[in-house]
Design a protein around this ligand. Structure first.
Ligand code: 3HC
Length: 710
């Protein structure tokens, strides 16, 4: 362990001392084991020094305050007792800080999250910079945890119960302006005068806390334990509906606040430490923490070892449809790279422009963005019906119809009209990239870049290298996707790549259950209960039944019999059911549809279905998900994905596989390969070969091995 210290105390001539936190050897400040003892020592020194009249707490890192407790330290806890001790140690030092008789002001620039915000809350006042990196929040819930450094107690006392619950249950990050408005900070200033402003505040002395600004209704609700209990019950109900009981943290957060507000801070902190410890040791938090570690690790990977990404300064998007519009939008809005959209029709072009404009304008309406900033970003997006102004494009992303001949034409056009180095990235969801590259004279520049709809919301992209894609093309495409705010996984070429391939079998199984007489809403509910964001029938309506019908035979042809879709697509399309897009699918749409989504019962007749009694929810969920698990392992076996980690990230970020399970591979480790293989064999004898376990699983079942070591 380093002998360097985390804290530095500087005494100024005016009597204000600056306490600077700077964890040695790390890019970001986090609360580590040495935090407690070190700050305790310093606080004693400050207390004993009567020349110190005020204290400013700040960070020595250029662009972060404190990003919270060190998650690695939490993950290393061996027992609830370990974790509880950590939380209680935090309580003790934070209350010492709060108990200082001199004024204590936090000066915040950059991320101030979790335990970092809890540190700031223990100060008497807070000033933050107006930098765009400055974000305040308690994201613990996203790690399956709760704020365990007094946050569940100090936050509601500062900003009110309703606001605090919202922050803790969503984990959302608050920007400076909003933080000021809600009373989370006392002032917002440019970073250049941050510390000076904090010093001036400290000189003014401790001030009585201003009453929280909040609505009349919340004032009323928070005024007595009786009305507060109504609020807590309401919050609990909402949370149970949202989490389906799969995540233990939210209910525990509510309980901490309830007990703390009704029985006082001491009791509240005791409950907080107990619940925190319990959550640290939960399997849900372990899975969510592994996601955090996986995504931070992936941020550093180039996608092709040794290759250096080329700088992308200009992008062209072919096709102004839903996908093309979305891709152009994240290119200009997130990556801030000029994008030129080409479509054969003016209509397509105006669609793409209005797609981007609407998203930006939402930001203006919510006051996250000025109209000028919106217009500046819009000016990065230009349109054309000809190949003009694209000679210097570094990447062309193609999002036209799924038609191989058309894609070949695009490849040829781009090779003719653009530069030698221009990358041709196809957003195809089903055609193998190698087949598209077959028409290229520079196949090393051809790659797949598969987005998910809606592009601005779905965090994943698949980057697909075919056999001769160059490492530089891979690295450039990966870096480009990351600039668009995406998490890229590099996968190998093959029908359906990874995500759609595992999704297809899961969807087919749901369709099979439907044909066996299981009700549509029952199927959807069973999988939502399991932890998916929407059920398979809703998903098919959203994606488009016609789209599913188009992809299905390609997968069957390339990957085999097990991909054969149940005979339903023809009948559905024969009845003109495409899903939400044409207002006709499994559910009712349009002006007559009720707010609560209702099944369009006439679909049962179209499919000649006799409704049977509901199977157990968990059996329905198992039968569908087990197909996904088996196929995910097959993708690893075939080298389609490079690692179990990539497979887990792909399924969670691309499909919404339940995050608390950690992804298909981590879930298989939890279930045990032997157990899974036995279950697959059971289904195989009932329903046939599509349930035959893949080789790797059979091997793992016999030798007891796992995908992960921990
Ligand atoms: C008791 C308390 O209530 C419990 C807690 O506080 S739990 C922790 C709550 N805090 C969080 O969840 C925040 C986690 N961090 C983040 O979301 C992001 O890192 C961030 C938004 C702060 C910055 O993102 P970004 O600029 O992309 O940097 P990113 O690459 O993620 O992180 C930089 C480094 O800091 C590390 N880091 C950031 N936060 C960390 C944390 N809380 N614990 C451990 N390491 C952390 C990353 O692992 C990475 O390390 P490396 O460079 O050695 O690989």
């Amino acid at each position: 362990m380093s002998m360097e210290k985390t804290f530095k105390l500087t005494r100024r001539e005016d009597g204000i001392a600056i306490l600077t936190m700077d964890v040695p050897g790390e890019t970001m400040n986090t609360l580590k084991e040495q935090f407690g003892p070190e700050i305790t020592e310093i606080l004693a020194e400050i207390k004993a020094d009567s020349s110190i009249k005020g204290l400013v707490v700040t960070s020595g890192k250029a662009d972060s305050f404190v990003a919270g407790a060190d998650i690695t330290m939490l993950a290393a806890c061996k027992s609830e007792a370990d974790a509880k001790a950590l939380s209680q140690q935090g309580h003790v030092v934070f209350s010492k800080l709060e108990g200082l008789s001199i004024p204590v002001v936090a000066a915040i620039n950059g991320a101030c999250l979790g335990g970092g915000l809890e540190l700031a809350l223990a100060c008497h006042l807070r000033v933050c910079s107006d930098d765009k990196k400055t974000m305040l929040g308690v994201p613990e819930v996203q790690l399956g945890l709760l704020p365990g450094g007094g946050g569940t107690q100090r936050l509601p006392r500062l900003v009110g119960i309703a606001t605090a619950l919202d922050m803790m249950l969503t984990g959302k990050q608050i920007r400076p302006k909003q933080a000021l408005k809600m009373g989370l900070v006392n002032d917002v200033v440019p970073n250049s005068i941050l510390v000076e402003t904090a010093v001036e505040l400290a000189k003014k002395g401790k001030q009585a806390a201003k009453p929280v600004k909040q609505s009349k209704i919340n004032q009323f609700l928070e005024s007595s334990s009786f009305t507060r209990d109504i609020m807590f019950d309401q919050a609990r109900k909402q949370v149970m509906k949202k989490t389906q009981g799969n995540y233990p943290a939210p209910a525990k957060i509510i309980d901490c606040v309830r007990q703390g507000m009704n029985k006082g801070m001491v009791q509240g902190l005791e409950v907080e430490a107990t619940h925190f410890a319990n959550l640290v040791m939960s399997k849900e938090s372990a899975a969510l923490r592994s996601l955090f570690f996986a995504t931070t690790e992936m941020k550093k990977e180039t996608g092709a070892e040794g290759a250096v990404p080329r700088k992308v300064k200009k992008v062209m998007v072919l096709g102004g449809g839903l996908m093309g519009g979305g891709i152009a939008s994240v290119t200009t809005t997130k990556a801030k790279i000029p994008a030129r959209v080409k479509d054969i029709s003016e209509q397509g072009l105006s669609n793409a422009l209005s797609y981007a404009y609407k998203l930006l304008d939402k930001g203006v309406k919510r006051r996250h963005m000025t109209p000028i900033a919106r217009d500046n970003i819009m000016s990065l997006m230009t349109t054309t019906t000809e190949y003009t102004g694209i000679k210097d494009a570094d990447i062309v992303v193609e999002a036209v119809f799924e038609d191989l001949a058309l894609k070949h034409q695009m490849v040829k056009d781009v090779e003719r009209e653009c530069g030698e180095h221009t990358i041709f990235a196809s957003n195809t969801s089903s055609l193998p990239i190698g087949q598209i590259a077959a028409a290229a004279s520079r196949p090393e520049n051809v790659i797949g870049l598969h987005y998910f709809s809606p592009v601005e919301k779905m965090p994943l992209v698949e980057v697909i290298a075919h056999k001769t894609t160059s490492p530089e093309t891979i690295a450039t495409t990966v870096a480009f996707a990351r600039k668009q705010g995406k998490t890229p996984i590099v996968v190998q070429d093959g029908a359906g790549f990874y995500v759609n391939r595992i999704l297809a079998l899961y969807m087919n199984e749901a369709a099979q259950l439907l044909l066996e007489g299981q009700r549509i809403e029952h199927l959807d509910r069973a999988l939502v209960k399991f932890g998916f964001p929407v059920g398979p029938m809703t998903l098919l309506d959203e994606v488009g039944i016609d789209v599913g019908a188009k992809i299905s035979p390609i997968l069957e042809k390339e990957l085999g019999e097990r991909f054969k879709a149940p005979a339903a697509f023809d009948k559905l399309l024969g009845d003109d059911r495409k899903g939400r897009k044409n207002g006709k699918g499994f559910y009712q749409y349009g002006p007559k549809a009720k707010k609560a989504k209702l099944v369009d019962e006439s679909v049962y007749k179209v499919l000649d279905i006799l409704i049977a009694s509901d199977k157990e929810s968990k059996d329905v969920a198992e039968r569908c998900t087990i197909q996904m698990l088996n196929e995910a392992v097959r993708c690893l076996e075939e080298g389609i994905i490079a690692s179990a980690r990539d497979g887990d990230i792909g399924a969670i970020f691309g499909i919404g596989f339940p995050p608390f399970l950690g992804g298909p591979f981590r879930y298989i480790d939890t279930l045990g390969a032997k157990n899974l293989v036995d279950t697959l064999h059971g289904y195989q004898s009932l329903y046939g070969e599509r349930f035959a376990p893949c080789e790797t699983l059979v091997k793992m079942a016999s030798d007891g091995s796992q995908f992960y070591n921990s």
